[in-house]
Design a protein around this ligand. Sequence first.
Ligand code: BJW
Length: 247
Amino acid sequence: MNETTLPQSLIEKLRFANRVVVLTGAGISAESRIPTFRDALTGLWAKYKPEELATPEAFISNPKLVWDWYQWRCSLVSHASPNPGHNALVQMEKHVPHFTLVTQNVDSLHARAGNNHVLELHGNISRTRCFQENTIVTSWKEDGQSPPRCPSCGGMLRPDVVWFGESLPQDVLEQAAKASAACDVFFSIGTSAVVFPAASLVYEAMRNRAVTVEINPTPTAQAGELSYALQGPAGEILPALIEETWG
Ligand code: BJW
């Protein structure tokens, strides 16, 4: 854990916290061998920037490229398993009276680890929807087209994720903002904190004078504004934090 000593004041605060919000990003799944979003892509995908593929404009101009990229990522996700960081958050949920887990990840690993209620801000890569009708589609004809077509209208199918310039699911964002504005402790784990509105949730928590904590091997631009910046991998810091707090 980079010899990070867990602050005793944080442990005390967490032990008696009534409302805790955890916001996670791609870094929590890095130890499950899912590349983070802003990692340089390798192999086949090395010449593309993820930010440039995750837009409706990219899909319109090259739907096959974007669909194939999501298929590749979907297959990485389906072969991945939750890691000790995900598992530690399942324990945290058991100990905290009002616990809200908010994720920017689309990989389902929190639910697969066993967290009961996960607010998915950016959708889920395993769901598919019609680009034209915006409806969830669960089956379609595999006739070699990439992307496949909607069985109802013939439009292109796309992953049910939130791309840049698209709105987040309103109800999910409202629940996340409400929980953040009322919490005693707010964690920001494995996110570069550059994508909004997810990156602004911590400011809701600050307005409530919550204790704010970042867990990341590389401190983000937000780190200086937070109560604690714990530097190291989530898969090491989180299990240690659970053990010290409730072990
Ligand atoms: C570890 C680790 C280990 C490594 N342990 N840590 C306000 C100001 C400026 C701009 C905007 C604004 N409001 C809205 C915008 C525009 C835009 C935006 O934020 N742009 C910025 C980039 C400037 N936002 C939007 O467009 C959003 N829509 C919206 O707001 O609608 C209304 C609106 C529209 C237009 C204008 C204004 C308002 C939608 C955002 C959708 C983001 N979608 C994506 C793709 C999802 C599908 C997919 O997965 O393909 O979501 S982009 C991508 O970034 C993905 C991620 O969820 C998201 C965040 O990335 P994350 O998780 O932080 O990953 P990384 O890779 O960046 O960081 C990983 C971190 O882990 C690093 O820090 C590592 O150090 C760390 N790490 N190993 C712990 N072991």
